[in-house]
Design a protein around this ligand. Structure first.
Ligand SMILES: NC(=[NH2+])NCCC[C@H](N)C(=O)O
Length: 635
């Protein structure tokens, strides 16, 4: 790459050629458009209508891409976009000293425009026009290209194409203290597939941020402090009066919850006692705290089994942690006159008084989910001194968090110029019938059972592929877990998280297409290439790396190298939108491009090529880490 040159002569020749070609094409398009020779063709008509719609969608997409590119960071030396931005921005400064903005570089929308494009010519031309200097975008582009005469690292060829886009450039990120609030199930209620999504997405976001070197605090904001504890404790006292000395058999906590709810709804005296229990618990009476702890422990153990199986690490800091802080923040908000009375409740509006206000204090004086999130946001920004807060929950809670953010701004807890806050929402999980994910009998699916089924299906798949005949029992179990948990995580992460997604073991266990199974196989194959070459390749790769230059000769080698080099830009994109499906798309592209390279008729194998395999496997290895996939040695 380093000794590549900018072939300007070739560029202008090919521009002339392309222009000629365009003319020929335009004439034939004009003929076709006018319907000459194709009169009364119904199919053509439909296609033309379709085309108009597609064009419109393309415009929308291009605008979105231009926006993405516009925000791309500039100063990374591994980012191709970053490097090109620097070089092109330099050219802008030289060719147009008065122009106050940097270059905008994006990945090309079409291979015929090369690999990357600079979209600034139009914007510069417009700027010049405002200064009463007449210059067409093409002339601007020509001047820029003149500035770029000497060889540029990573540029093989420069060409001027049609109209470009506009945008502004934002500088690169620095190390941040980030708090990620994810998983966050509720005590005594079941941990459902929504919590599974939050767990998978949240864990992967943490892994991603940790990989980038951020200081990440993983918080499990468990629902452990609601009014439901009143009835749970009242029921516990009633059913197991000696719970303080003999531990009560409440392992089926959901059943226990249901029982207590029935009592609560049908028995006024019980209801009254339940309310008294909440008050006693919240004032910290020891025997009530003990009962509460017993109940929380049952859930805690259940949750932990799931986290261990999925290899997810979290710090438990539930709603109860904020009890004293809730009292404090309510006082502060009252004093600053942010709270308004409404039907006995105390409410708080966000900055523009639109939407729904928070209920900070209920009419009975109790606190709510809103109160705990106001206390939590303050604790996280002011005590933990976080720069960036991320909340991972279902999209249904988007309004809740927008209001929390807005109220926090109003109360000067959150400062947009210092802090970044994101609600990372996700769509609901559907069953294969397109309805809400349920068991055949219509119950909610228990997570432990879902993971068990994953294990069973993964084993069926491995046996179907006769891997049980090749692998040792230990290797087979390792492969089974890798496939089962990998496919559940990957199926979730590879979909745009904003959309609902259909949970289908059959689909996620397919070994073709963008699935964990395909990727795990591909990765194991790539890893074995160097090993099978023996010698230093198998035993001292570092030595090979230190003594070999990667030479890219074959077209497929170039293609693979260019895909690999996009890694940084993919990471920077995820930094902005926290959408991991971009990484999944990238990983899939790496694997398919690798297959093209590996299966093409490159017969000669030498060090440089093995290094390209090594680079591929290292990039993939990093991506798998981030996605929480655990590749195995043998599969
Ligand atoms: N800070 C927060 N509100 N975090 C999310 C909590 C999620 C909540 N426990 C639920 O199950 O929906």
């Amino acid at each position: 790459m380093a000794n590549a040159t900018a072939c300007m002569d070739a560029a202008s020749k090919s521009i002339t050629n392309i222009e000629k070609e365009i003319q020929v094409l335009q004439t034939s398009i004009a003929n076709t458009r006018a319907g000459r020779g194709l009169e009364d063709n119904v199919e053509l008509k439909t296609l033309m209508e379709e085309n108009i719609k597609l064009k419109h969608r393309l415009e929308i997409l291009q605008a979105a891409i231009a926006k993405e590119g516009a925000d791309s960071p500039t100063s990374s030396n591994i980012s191709i976009i970053g490097q090109l931005q620097q070089v092109f921005s330099e050219a802008i400064r030289k060719a147009f000293p008065g122009v106050p903005f940097d270059a905008v570089i994006t990945i090309s929308t079409s291979p015929k425009f090369g690999d990357y494009q600079c979209n600034s010519a139009m914007q510069i031309a417009q700027h010049l026009k405002q200064q009463s200097i007449k210059s067409s975008p093409r002339e601007v582009a020509q001047k820029l290209v003149e500035q770029l005469q000497s060889p540029i690292v990573c540029v093989d060829k420069l060409e001027i194409a049609g109209a470009g886009y506009e945008g502004i450039v934002v500088p690169i990120i620095e190390k941040k203290r980030v708090i990620v609030d994810f998983s966050s199930p509720n005590v005594a209620k079941e941990m459902h597939v929504g919590h599974l999504r939050s767990t998978i997405i949240g864990d992967s976001i943490c892994r991603f941020l940790e990989y980038l070197g951020h200081d990440v605090l993983r918080i499990n904001h468990i629902g452990d402090w609601g009014t439901q504890f009143g009835m749970l404790i009242a029921h516990l006292q009633e059913k197991f009066p000696n719970f303080q000395t003999v531990s009560p058999p409440i392992s089926d906590l959901q059943a226990f919850y249901k029982e207590s709810k029935i009592r609560f709804d049908s028995d006024e005296a019980f209801k009254k006692r339940a309310y008294e229990c909440v008050v006693k618990l919240q004032s910290g009476e020891p025997s009530y705290l003990k009962a509460w702890n017993l109940i929380c422990d049952v859930s805690r153990k259940e949750f932990q089994i799931i986290y261990n199986r999925l290899d997810v690490k979290l710090i438990e800091r539930g709603e109860s942690f904020y009890q004293s802080r809730m009292q404090k923040i309510v006082q502060e908000l009252k004093q600053a006159q942010f709270l308004e009375e409404d039907d006995g409740r105390l409410i708080m509006w966000g900055e523009d008084r639109s939407g729904i206000p928070l209920t900070v204090v209920k009419s009975d004086g109790g606190f709510t989910y809103d109160t705990s999130d106001m206390a939590a946001i303050k604790q996280r920004l002011h005590e933990e001194k976080a720069d960036w807060l991320i909340y991972v929950t279902d999209a249904g809670q988007a309004t809740h968090f927008q209001t929390i953010f807005s109220c926090a701004k109003r109360a000067k807890i959150l400062d947009d110029s210092k802090h970044r806050v994101d609600h990372v929402g996700f769509g609901v999980v559907l069953g294969e019938d397109g309805k809400k994910f349920k068991t055949r009998s219509g119950d909610t699916v228990k997570l432990a059972e879902l993971l068990d089924e994953g294990l069973k299906r993964a084993m069926d798949k491995l046996v179907q592929k006769e891997r049980n005949l090749v692998l040792t029992p230990e290797e087979l179990t390792a492969a089974q877990e890798s496939v089962a948990y990998g496919c559940i995580k990957y199926a979730d992460l590879s979909h745009n998280r904003n959309n609902e997604y259909v949970f289908s073991f059959d689909k996620m266990l397919e070994d073709k297409g963008n699935t964990a199974v395909y990727l795990l196989y591909a990765y194991t194959r790539i890893r074995s290439i160097a090993r099978n070459c023996g010698g230093d390749f198998a035993n001292n790769m570092q030595k090979v790396i230190d003594s070999t230059d990667i030479k890219l000769e074959h077209e497929k080698e170039w293609k693979l190298a260019k895909v690999l080099l996009r890694f940084t830009d993919v990471m920077l994109l995820i930094m902005k939108n926290l959408s991991l499906h971009h990484l999944c798309e990238f990983v899939y592209e790496v694997c398919t491009t690798f297959s093209e390279f590996y299966d093409s008729e490159i017969i000669k194998v030498y060090a440089s090529r093995i290094l390209l395999c090594e680079a591929t496997s290292r990039v993939l290895g990093k991506c798998f880490d981030i996605l929480g996939l655990k590749p195995v040695h043998k599969i």
